[in-house]
Design a protein around this ligand. Structure first.
Ligand code: AMP
Length: 436
């Protein structure tokens, strides 16, 4: 078995890893770190939970230490792009941890917060900048950031950036970055536009792919409750009563839906809050902190807000509404049963969601047990696609992205995506990453 000491990491980086208590590198780390240290471009196909953040952060820290250069003001030596504020912040935290003995500087910039502190951090020049694409382009347009001196670029969760309509912004940013550069791309899946991005911007990339960690779907006790749309709230209250002491994430399809469910639960005496793209950064952080610390037991979330979040100890995931995309279901329930723990997932399935349930069962290859009998259906089994302007809900849930709101404008917001991967069994952003 490969050890961290065999990978060629700089001593201060290796020390931080051992201080973190990591004993052995994960498969993606074993395979991605050596080519990254060699300066090669890398395409990593891996999801959150596989240790992919350390797989790129550790070699990057090592290279930056060894190069012994300084970034001029406004620029960064390494740029890491992430789709959402939460993910960007999470990567920033990882850099702080793994880089704590290195003296390297980093900052995180994303939308939804004031420009001032970000501008001041950029002005000094940074070793590593973590950014969401929209806010970064704002800073470049304001001449508060320049990218032509950057020599290392990481695109994390590239498929999610595609989902959020960031593809034009990504291409713009990559054109601005100076050459020759080293480019690294991580993605849970490789739909054609991501493949094309890699072909256009990466030089002879080494591809490293790792399977999902133990497929979460198989470790999670999954069930559905068949219920009319109008009875869902009561069903949720009944479900939550015996589960009240468990740490629970409830997923809704829309931001408004998340707010309504959180409000309703609070009225019933649960400590709950919603996180989604319309909440301020401060509100999101506060809700997440309260949830992570156990002070608040229930978090109500939309897909994008929850994607990629590394929250341990979630015991129950409730799908208040099934997602329109089956992979999102796998991603959602992957929030529980992390790190080998047991988990439970219950979906409330209305008659018009039965087709979605079939799609999910087809994707996962599992039949999900019903806690009650499915009533016969007389109407259509396919949900009616929401009208435009109705809560902004698109098929892929785009529009809820945190750091993304400015970027979505920059990126045209509703960029059409290939649906190829949607139906591919096991093609999961699922285990993710999800994402997430
Ligand atoms: P990621 O896939 O980057 O989101 O990482 C998932 C989790 O695995 C994070 O909580 C990391 O702290 C943890 N982790 C990363 N690398 C290792 C390792 N080699 N050994 C143990 N845990 C790790």
């Amino acid at each position: 078995m490969t050890k961290f000491s065999e990978l060629g990491l700089a001593a201060p980086v290796e020390r931080a890893v051992s201080e973190e208590g990591y004993e052995t590198p994960t498969p993606i780390q074993v395979r991605a770190i050596p080519p990254l240290l060699d300066g090669k471009d890398v395409v990593g196909i891996a999801q959150t939970g596989t240790g992919k953040t350390a797989a790129f952060v550790l070699p990057i820290l090592t290279r930056l230490i060894e190069e012994k250069k300084q970034a001029p003001g406004l620029s960064c030596r390494c740029l890491i792009l992430a789709p959402t504020r939460e993910l960007a912040a999470q990567i920033g935290n990882s850099i702080a941890v793994y880089g704590r003995n290195t003296g390297l500087t980093h900052a995180v910039v994303f939308g939804g917060v004031k420009h001032g502190p970000q501008v001041r951090a950029l002005a000094r020049g940074l070793d590593i900048l973590v950014a969401t694409p929209g806010r970064l382009l704002d800073h470049v347009a304001d001449r508060k950031a320049r990218l032509d001196l950057t020599s290392l670029v990481v695109l994390d969760e590239a498929d999610q950036m595609l989902d959020l309509g960031f593809m034009p912004a990504l291409r713009k940013i990559l054109h601005m970055v100076g050459k020759p550069r080293q480019t690294v791309m991580f993605s849970a899946t490789m739909p054609p536009p991501i493949r094309a991005l890699a072909d256009d911007f990466l030089r002879d990339p080494v591809t490293v792919a790792v399977a999902n960690q133990a497929k979460p779907v198989e470790r999670i006790d999954q069930a559905v409750i068949y219920v009319g749309t109008a009875e869902k709230r009561q069903a949720l209250i009944d479900l939550m009563a015996p589960e009240a002491r468990k740490s629970t994430i409830i997923f809704t399809r829309t931001k408004r839906g998340a707010d309504k469910v959180a409000k309703f639960l609070v009225e019933y005496g649960h400590k709950a809050a919603a996180i989604h793209g319309n909440k301020s950064q401060n509100q999101r952080e506060k809700a997440l902190e309260a949830f992570k610390s156990g002070e608040m037991r229930v978090l109500v979330a939309t897909d994008i807000a929850a994607r990629g979040l590394d929250i341990d100890g979630v015991q129950l995931v409730v799908n208040f509404e099934l997602p329109n995309v089956p992979e999102s279901y796998v991603h959602r329930i992957g929030r529980t049963a992390r790190a080998g723990a047991e988990g439970r997932a219950v979906a409330l399935v209305a008659p018009d969601e039965r087709g979605l349930l079939q799609d999910i069962e087809k994707l996962t290859g599992l039949r999900i047990k019903g806690l009650n009998d499915a009533p016969p259906i007389s109407g259509p089994t396919r949900p009616v696609q929401p009208q435009r302007g109705q809560g902004g809900q698109r098929r892929n849930g785009g529009g809820q992205g945190g750091g993304g709101h400015r970027g979505q404008q920059a990126g045209g917001g509703g960029q059409k995506r290939s649906n190829n991967r949607r139906r591919k069994p096991g093609g999961g952003q699922g285990g993710n990453r999800q994402s997430a």
